[in-house]
Structure formats: structure tokens, C-alpha cells
Design a protein around this ligand. Structure first.
Ligand SMILES: O=C(O)c1ccc[n+]([C@@H]2O[C@H](COP(=O)([O-])O)[C@@H](O)[C@H]2O)c1
Ligand SMILES: Cc1cc2nc[nH]c2cc1C
Length: 358
């Protein structure tokens, strides 16, 4: 099965409303502040006005989905934590005890957990738990492709279904997150192959590896890339094939969700390193999706800055976080809401009888 251009993921997002954009920029210029003094908050307000085709946009309805899955590459000792943590954290998400639960509650956002495939069965259910199991984790990509072609397409589709079937119409922002032990190894390998940057420049501590552990993880990625380069023709190593070879179910699902959200006219807040790599794959598959993404924070994970730089984006926050599960993106919700409130509620120079520029 080959990925054709008629596939859903290459359909374009809606055109941006340039007239509203111009009016929103003009409105910003009238507010009682030196032009540009609210920095990125001004750009956020103009972006939301453009996305919503509305001069005074709102960000009340926010949907958060955490995609979780296991990775065969975990068998190579590339994480500081055991693979069992993926299922254990899914249970924690369902029970409301994880960081993302606290942040979702604070932001009054709906939260879903999407299980895309773990090694051990979950053995529990939850009101906000969606079963989108593709297989019991990916294969170990040191020795074989992580996914079959149909598994990779199904994983992308799990993200599309989340947006089209679950996220309510009228949602102003989609926050995507991921959870999967060893997924920084997968994300580093994807980024290395797409960007043609050496694994050494991208491989970091993940959940907390020490120097020796990082060196071992880097070697595993180098060996896997060697295997793939020997077994594939250079021309066959397109974005989809890279995702299939070294990706994860949750990374592919997140990528599918970003594409489908953009197609539905919903912007997405992108989280840390793994989420940014999922966004990179989305942009490679469908370049116009880039205009529908907000890069929320700079993660501590080593490779993040390189991927952000390639995308030409500057994230909103730098809180020295490296948690994942959508946590940095969820923190951006309050910044966005402040930006929109300022845009809608500040007085203009005329209304407040404040002298404008000389
Ligand atoms: O978002 C990030 O930048 C980030 C950086 C490091 C680790 N993580 C999280 O930690 C897990 C992957 O780390 P590791 O060491 O098991 O590859 C996975 O569940 C991610 O959500 C996330
Ligand atoms: C405890 C824990 C929580 C996480 N959340 C996202 N990735 C994680 C990895 C670990 C190990």
C-alpha cells in the first residue's frame, strides 16, 4: 500500500481570512499601549482572529487528547524508566492524578486519553479513555520497521478520528499530548532522518538518562538508521516511510490529529520534543498545517531546539519542562486567553482619551 496524494492527510486546511487579519492588526494598533508592547500576545490575538474569522475571537472551548502507546525499542534499554510506566500512567490519567489532569481542570478543558497500543492490556476502563489500539506496541526498530504500512496509516487515522468523531464542533483550540516510554528515542530517530541531522545532535536524556545512558541511546539510534539506510532505497525513504520505520503509534496519531484539526479549522497547541516531531511529520505531509500550529514551549530535551529552528518557530514559553503529556501546551491556554481578553477588552486611545504617538 502506498500513500497517495488523494489520502485525507494531504487535503488542505481552510484558507485564512486575510481581511480579518488586517482588521485585527488595525485594532491592535488602536489599543492603549505602545505598538508591539504586548509582544507575542498581540500576534496570538491576530492569529486567533484570522483562524476564527472573527475580530474578537474567544478560546473558551479547549479539547485535550493524550495519545499513549508502547515502543518495541524500549527493549534496548533506552529509557530511564521501565516500559510498564506507559500503562501505569494511562491509569493515572484516567484516575485524574497526572500533571495534565491538574492543568486540564484548571483550564476548564475536556481531556481524553487515547490508548493506541500497549504491551500489556490495560485491565481498566474510564469515562474519558478511548480504545484505539492498533497493536500491542510497535516493533523494535533496531531490528525491523516499527510498524507495518497499514498500522502506520491506522495510527495516523486514530488522530483524525479523535478530531472528527470526538472533539466537539466549536472547539477553539486542540491541545495534543503523548505518553510512551522510549518515545524520545523514536522522535530523535524521526528527526534525524527527516532533517538529516546526526543522532548525536538530537539525542537527549528523555525521562532522565545520565551521560552513559544517552551515549547508549544514541548508538542504538545510529545502528537503527544504518539498518534502514541499507535496507531501503534513498528515494523510498519519504516522510511516511520514516514514520513507519522508526515512529510510534502515539506520534503518528498526534500527527494525524494536527492535520485533521487544521483541516477542521481548529488550531493546535504543540507541546514538547516528541509533539514537535509529530508536528514536523504533519508539516512534511501537509505543509499548510504549519499555519495552524502554536508552538507552546521550549523543552529541555536536547533535540527540541533543532526541530523548532527547522520549522522556523519560536515557542511561547520556556519553563525548563520535559514532561510531555501535553503539559506545556496546556500551560499556553491561559496565555492565549489573556491575549484574547486584552485584544477584546482594552480601551482604544480614542475611548480612553489617551494621546497617541507624536
Ligand atoms: O515533551 C518533552 O519534551 C519530553 C521530553 C522528555 C520526556 N518526555 C516524556 O517522557 C517519555 C519519554 O521519555 P523516554 O526517556 O522514555 O524516551 C514520554 O512519555 C514523554 O511524554 C517528554
Ligand atoms: C512518571 C512519568 C510520567 C510521564 N508523563 C509523560 N511521560 C512520563 C514518563 C514518566 C516516567
Amino acid at each position: 500500500m502506498t500513500l497517495t496524494t488523494s489520502a485525507w492527510h494531504s487535503l488542505p486546511p481552510p484558507a485564512l481570512d486575510q481581511q480579518i487579519r488586517t482588521r485585527a492588526l488595525e485594532h491592535q494598533a488602536m489599543l492603549t499601549k505602545p505598538p508591539g508592547a504586548l509582544g507575542r500576545l498581540e500576534q496570538l490575538a491576530v492569529q486567533f482572529a484570522t483562524w476564527q474569522g472573527c475580530l474578537k475571537p474567544k478560546c473558551d472551548e479547549v479539547a485535550i487528547a493524550i495519545f499513549a502507546g508502547d515502543h518495541g525499542i524500549a527493549n534496548e534499554g533506552v529509557s530511564a524508566f521501565p516500559q510498564a510506566v506507559t500503562v501505569e500512567m494511562i491509569r493515572n490519567f484516567v484516575n485524574g492524578g497526572a500533571a495534565i489532569n491538574v492543568l486540564a481542570k484548571q483550564a476548564n478543558a475536556n481531556l481524553w486519553i487515547v490508548n493506541v497500543g500497549t504491551v500489556s492490556p490495560l485491565g481498566f476502563e474510564g469515562e474519558n479513555l478511548i480504545d484505539a489500539t492498533i497493536a500491542s506496541g510497535t516493533q523494535n526498530f533496531l531490528v525491523q520497521p516499527a510498524m507495518s504500512e497499514s498500522e502506520c496509516l491506522s495510527a495516523l487515522d486514530a488522530g483524525r478520528r479523535m478530531i472528527q468523531d470526538i472533539v466537539p464542533p466549536g472547539t477553539a483550540l486542540f491541545v495534543g499530548g503523548e505518553m510512551g516510554i522510549a518515545n524520545t528515542t523514536s522522535a530523535s530517530a524521526i528527526a534525524s532522518l527527516i532533517l538529516d541531522v546526526s543522532p548525536a545532535q538530537l539525542t537527549g536524556a528523555g525521562t532522565g538518562l545520565a551521560e552513559q545512558g544517552i551515549a547508549h541511546k544514541c548508538k542504538i539510534i545510529e545502528q537503527a538508521i544504518q539498518r534502514i539506510k541499507i535496507s531501503s532505497q534513498k528515494s523510498d525513504l519519504n516522510t511516511f516511510e520514516i514514520l513507519r520505520q522508526v515512529g510510534g503509534f502515539e506520534i503518528a496519531a498526534l500527527c494525524g490529529a494536527y492535520i485533521a484539526a487544521a483541516q477542521a479549522g481548529i488550531p493546535s497547541a504543540v507541546d514538547g520534543f516528541i509533539a514537535t516531531v509529530a508536528a514536523l511529520v504533519a508539516v512534511e505531509l501537509n505543509p499548510a498545517v504549519r499555519d495552524w500550529l502554536i508552538f507552546s514551549h521550549q523543552s529541555e530535551e536536547k533535540g527540541h531546539q533543532i526541530v523548532l529552528a527547522h520549522l522556523g518557530v519560536d515557542p511561547l514559553l520556556n519553563l525548563k519542562m520535559r514532561l510531555g503529556e501535553g503539559s506545556g501546551a496546556a500551560l499556553a491556554i491561559s496565555v492565549i486567553r489573556s491575549a484574547l481578553a486584552l485584544h477584546a477588552e482594552m480601551a482604544t486611545f480614542e475611548e480612553a482619551a489617551v494621546s497617541n504617538q507624536k
